[in-house]
Design a protein. Structure first.
Length: 261
């Protein structure tokens, strides 16, 4: 290695050292903070929203760019990465978690303001939480597992292949049991039929797509393997009490009202 290369290496190492020394360890999000968030998510702690607002404040993000706008954008990406990772750790299927993450990234405005960044982070967390809570709970009030391993595997299969035409026969075959046996066990443990559970999960994902993507009703219907847009609208209304367009108007209207308050 030449003398110039040696000098550059020393300068780079010195720059890194000075950068670390100048950082406030109590300001940036650390490992203990992430563990606090993870524990709250796993336990469905009602204080989790407060933790999210505290940790994902732009002031808590380490300096990732000298450019204030890039700093905001990088902060949003870093926050979403932490939220995604910890919901996966808490048991959310990767396919669902990454689908939510991808939708938020695709709709991240590069001209986002500081206030919008805080709201964007919180809405991302809320979306993860709402979809997680929409499924059957896998623990009882004492925190003990209430779903058998077979049913949990069936639910994981449903989440993994949510964008396909999922049939009881296919899931049962993948688990090496008969459809009748899986159907009975699934209803006994979750309280809903297999087909109703699949339908509810598809509608929950549709709700997220309606509010966080630019996809048309036809595109959403097709991506979730409904046989037609009209059937998708019918099922959506049966599950939510609203048509897709009514759901968008009501949800965004209520959010605007909350912001005004």
């Amino acid at each position: 290695m030449s003398k110039v290369q040696n000098e550059n290496t020393k300068l780079d190492a010195l720059s890194v050292y000075n950068f670390i020394q100048a950082k406030d360890p109590h300001r940036d999000i650390g490992f203990a903070d992430e563990m606090r968030l993870r524990t709250a998510i796993i336990n469905n702690d009602p204080r989790t929203p407060e933790i999210v607002l505290e940790l994902f404040n732009p002031d808590r993000m380490g300096e990732m760019s000298k450019d204030p706008q890039k700093q905001l954008i990088f902060g949003c990406v870093a926050s979403l990465t932490l939220i995604t990772r910890n919901f996966i750790y808490a048991g959310m299927p990767e396919a669902i978690a990454f689908a939510i993450s991808d939708m938020y990234l695709q709709n991240l405005d590069f001209d986002i303001t500081r206030e919008e960044a805080v709201e964007w982070n919180f809405q991302a967390y809320s979306t993860f939480a709402s979809l997680r809570n929409a499924g059957a709970s896998e623990v009882d009030q004492a925190g003990n597992p209430k779903l058998s391993r077979l049913v949990r595997r069936a639910i994981n299969y449903i989440h993994k292949y949510l964008y396909t035409n999922i049939t009881l026969k296919d899931v049962a075959s993948s688990l090496y049991v008969t459809p009748d046996y899986l159907s009975h066990l699934f209803r006994t443990e979750t309280g809903v039929t297999f087909s109703r559970f699949v339908r509810k999960q598809k509608i929950e994902m549709a709700k997220i797509m309606l509010l966080n993507s630019s996809s048309s009703l036809a595109e959403i219907s097709n991506s979730l393997s409904f046989c037609s847009q009209s059937y998708f609208t019918k099922v959506f209304h049966e599950e939510t009490g609203f048509t897709p367009n009514e759901y968008i108007e009501n949800t965004r209207g209520s959010q605007t009202g909350s912001d005004a308050d």
